[in-house]
Write a protein that binds this ligand. Sequence first.
Ligand code: ATP
Ligand code: MG
Length: 258
Amino acid sequence: YAIGNMLEGSLGALPENIRKYLEMLNEDCRRLMGTVNDILDMGKIEAKKLFLSKVRIPFARMVRRTSESLRIQAEAKGLQMSIAAPEGIAFVDCDPQKMERVIINIVANAIKYTPEGGRIDIRVTTDPAKPGMVNLQVEDTGIGIPAEYLHLVTERYFRVGDQASGSGLGLSIAKELVQLHGGQVELSSPPPGKTGGTLASVVLPIAESPRILVVDDEPFVLDALERQLRQHGYTVVLAHDGDEAIAQATAQPPDVMV
Ligand code: ATP
Ligand code: MG
């Protein structure tokens, strides 16, 4: 917090060189906090005391925001990063803090294990071969994972050779958290059809989209709201007046009413 306050100007304007160091310190603190949280979660999972507080969230938006927070880190390393996560593709029931950890751990790996000049492509997709599931794919053009280690890297503390620093916990905690959400982490290296790099996928069960009852006596307003909400993946029910709204809400109570 102290560093954040200084960066926000609590001690007045900072010389550029000091500002840069503070930003690096801030980044290091955040990374360290992440590792500490991973270790704490590990202990809780072991003791079967990790409880998820789940909410229904638009998954693509979470992926986009969380990945964007790592863009500076990727670009500082000369990596290109693309994010294709269409709004409204799927809702997921998840513990937002835990799911953010999963996304950060996997994207951070792609950044860490891809040398300068490489690319990271992040996608949220659905696959007809896996009905009812949504897929987060993080593909990099990095050093790859040797075939004989693919099944080991999701084990605690396992690391391939002596690479850039790390504790070897990121993927194992991601795997455990995703399994607690009823999903799977899958790795392929190289990604299908490629000659190098790694593809990490998180496959999660899709939750029913929230129902929104929109009430307005102005058809134009109904139409505009309906279109916008549907685009974001919501199930929309319309009512043109109060009586209709009461009938709709009684027949099947909506999650939200506008
Ligand atoms: P941290 O706990 O800080 O995440 P870590 O990155 O070493 O440390 P994991 O995220 O669990 O640990 O990854 C385990 C090992 O798998 C890594 O040490 C690395 O050897 C390999 N690995 C993971 N992701 C990739 C990737 N995208 N490309 C190449 N190797 C990877
Ligand atoms: Mg890692």
